[in-house]
Design a protein around this ligand. Structure first.
Ligand code: FAD
Length: 499
């Protein structure tokens, strides 16, 4: 097994000493009995209890929590952070927590943007980043077995040396882990070619809430009942702890091509993407920026900009690009350098904290929508958020395309004059945007997941099918110790009074 240095998400500036932090979320707090921690320490499991470590491990990249941090507020603070180095140690932690009724919140890179890994009731944060490294590579079947806490950049660097790639390139690749991708049903920026993480995974090792260890899947395709791997993909730490995964591999690409086009409308650019995808072509990235987003980024005036990047086998890339050129023949051809501009800057997230400090309230909302409803959904969300008092910007790009629909990725921002209005604007913007998107037929999320921020929309978004999720939760975690308070699921420790 290869193991790497773990790369934690950069520490947040709380503005106060961690010891002076207050907790913002109003929820029952569960203290961890000292004997539980002593038992884990006795088994050699790393246990961190300093307030600095606990506060840092108890937050993610949820933009509202970044706003709270300006006022010296942490969303919640765990009693202890536990860092297992093996599946056996994960089992020891889960069994001990089950015995004492202590909530346990799994955390990978903590790059989630919805408060998913915030331990709302305190208890234990289960930091999985010490479960790191490639375990095996089956070069014939092109499958890698990887520990769940492995960060994305470390995984891809290691695979590149072997001429291989998983092909999952989220913007947060250096901040996020394999387990986090799976737990949130994440998407990489080249997912048109390689697929979302649910397409890449063929099997999982999972520690259940009572400490049993199961292995799911393992075959290319199987017909032995429902796909149990997919029960845990997207479960955000509420149904089990993912400790290892088997992912599909690809050869490193031997060709790379870029194209860029300008369209008169967002709808026309997306219609070109629809036609391209429906031929069966799979150019790795087809991204459409509306004029509001494109102009400051690419200096392209009123144009709605389609960026095309393909990577892969040279024959396939050539064929894909021939399809793209034909379907975009009526559009204005732009400088393909625009694609390089996007590619080079795409993982630069250094400015995000600074924007919050300047008093801006902003967030992004990504949803999946069928092609037939895409333009109406785009217009509805823009109109709804655009009508809010104080809105500074509302815009969108289409970031992932399929034969049946696409991901619309909205951005909205305000800069309330009074700091005390920031949270209210944030909550109202999400209410308005999610309502407009759901009414237009969109899914609740495309790749960020649900967490805490979207929990209030979950039952409505899934309709009667939500009862199936509740039944799964009750069957797999009857004590409700796994990441309570998330995804709108029943919470045995009591409701989190937010928002
Ligand atoms: C700047 C930025 C850019 C981003 N870009 C993208 C993008 O391009 N594509 C994308 O999909 N997402 C993106 N995200 C969101 C985030 O990176 C993803 O949701 C990512 O998958 C989270 O992984 P993580 O390891 O950080 O998980 P965490 O944030 O630590 O956890 C997320 C959830 O998964 C659960 N979890 C984590 N590990 C496990 C495990 N081993 N077993 C069970 N549950 C677990 C946690 O309990 C929590 O509910 C971005 C985030 C940021 C801050």
């Amino acid at each position: 097994m290869t193991s790497y240095e773990t790369v934690p998400t950069p520490p947040i500036d709380w503005g106060v000493e961690p010891v002076d932090l207050e907790v913002r979320l109003d929820a029952t707090r569960v203290e961890v009995p000292p004997e539980l921690l002593n038992e884990l320490k006795g088994r050699g499991v790393e246990v961190l209890t300093s307030v600095d470590e606990r506060a840092e491990a108890s937050r993610d990249w949820w933009p509202l929590a970044q706003i709270w941090a300006l006022d010296g507020l942490a969303p919640a603070i765990a009693d202890a952070v536990v860092r297992p180095t093996s599946t056996a140690e994960v089992v020891a932690v889960i069994v001990a927590c089950a015995e004492h009724g202590v909530p346990v919140t799994a955390a990978g890179g903590r790059s989630g943007v919805l408060g998913s890994s915030v331990p709302v009731h305190g208890g234990i944060v289960l930091d999985l980043t010490a479960l790191s490294g490639i375990l095996t590579v089956d070069a014939d079947s092109m499958v890698v077995e990887v520990a769940a806490g492995t960060f994305g950049d470390a995984l891809e660097d290691d695979l590149a040396e072997r001429g291989l790639t998983v092909g999952h390139w989220p913007q947060s690749i250096s901040l996020s882990t394999v387990g986090g991708w799976l737990a949130c049903r994440g998407a990489g920026q080249l997912s048109n070619r390689y697929g979302k993480v649910e397409d890449l995974v063929i099997g999982l090792e999972v520690v259940l809430a009572d400490g049993r260890v199961i292995t799911t899947g393992g075959h290319a395709r199987a017909a032995a009942g429902p796909d149990l791997t997919q029960v845990f993909v997207g479960s955000e730490g509420t149904l089990g702890i993912i400790t290892r995964a088997w992912l599909r591999l690809h050869h490193q690409p031997n060709a790379r091509t870029t194209l860029a086009f300008g369209f008169e409308s967002f709808g026309a650019a997306n219609d070109a993407c629809r036609r391209i995808m429906q031929t069966g072509a799979t150019p790795a990235a087809l991204r459409v920026y509306d004029a509001t987003e494109a102009a400051p980024r690419f200096d392209t005036g009123d144009a709605h900009v389609l960026l095309v990047l393909d990577v892969g086998d040279a024959h396939l890339v050539e064929a894909d690009m021939a399809v793209v050129a034909e379907e975009c023949s009526a559009a204005e051809q732009l400088d393909p350098e625009l694609v390089e501009h996007w590619w080079e800057d795409r993982n630069d997230v250094a400015g995000l904290a600074a924007i919050t400090k300047k008093g801006f309230v902003f967030d992004t909302m990504e949803v999946t929508i069928s092609w037939s409803n895409l333009d109406a959904c785009y217009r509805a969300v823009l109109a709804a958020v655009g009508a809010m008092d104080g809105v500074r910007v509302v815009s969108a790009h289409q970031s992932h395309a399929y034969s049946d629909g696409a991901c619309l990725y909205f951005t909205f921002a305000s800069r309330p004059e009074n700091a005390s209005e920031r949270e209210a604007w944030y909550v109202a913007a999400w209410n308005v945007a999610a309502r407009a998107a759901l009414d237009a037929g969109a899914s609740l999320s495309h790749h960020h997941g649900v967490g805490l921020n979207r929990a209030r929309f979950m039952a409505e978004a899934l309709g009667p099918a939500f009862e199936v999720m509740v039944a799964l939760k009750e069957a797999l975690d009857p004590q409700g110790i796994l990441n309570p308070g998330k995804m709108g699921l029943p919470d045995r420790y009591g409701e989190v009074a937010w928002p």
